[in-house]
Design a protein around this ligand. Structure first.
Ligand code: RB5
Length: 140
């Protein structure tokens, strides 16, 4: 699975940890940022969303302070279904029911172990299809 990851200044450390743990086995493209100088989170959200929309990545992971701004920005893109998750059950259901293709994490809200578990579950869970296909299509 090809994963594009992006973050603002608040997410640099969490991203580094994820890249060396649960994301290590995956084909990950890191779209930055890499330094903790203050940046604007929509810039990375748009880069990741555009990469998925262009068919160059299968899934995206976005990290900002809360995950909220990243989800708002990514969801502006047609075909992007971004889910902000702060525990594994939401991450699982965002895949099973919503076919979420972008996971948004809040670096200021999550400990590393919780973030790792959320990412593991989200990457491993398939879309369940069936009646959910019609509902996802209605999202537009
Ligand atoms: C940056 O201070 C913060 O606003 C950003 O990381 C994010 O939480 C926005 O949703």
């Amino acid at each position: 699975m090809r994963i594009a990851i992006g973050n603002d200044h608040t997410g640099v450390e969490l991203k580094k940890r994820l890249l060396t743990s649960v994301l290590a086995p995956h084909d990950v493209t890191d779209l930055g940022v890499h330094a903790t100088d203050s940046v604007d989170y929509p810039d990375q959200a748009h880069l990741v969303a555009e990469r998925i929309a262009a068919g160059q990545a299968d899934r995206g992971i976005l990290i900002c302070g809360t995950g909220i701004g990243m989800a708002m920005a990514a969801d502006k893109h047609p075909g992007i279904r971004a889910a902000r998750c702060d525990e594994p059950f939401s991450a699982e259901l965002s895949r099973l029911h919503n076919d979420a293709n972008v996971l948004c994490l809040g670096a200021r809200m999550l400990g590393i172990e919780m973030a790792e578990r959320i990412v593991e579950v989200w990457l491993a869970t398939p879309f369940s299809g069936g009646r959910h296909t019609r509902r996802v299509e209605k999202i537009g």
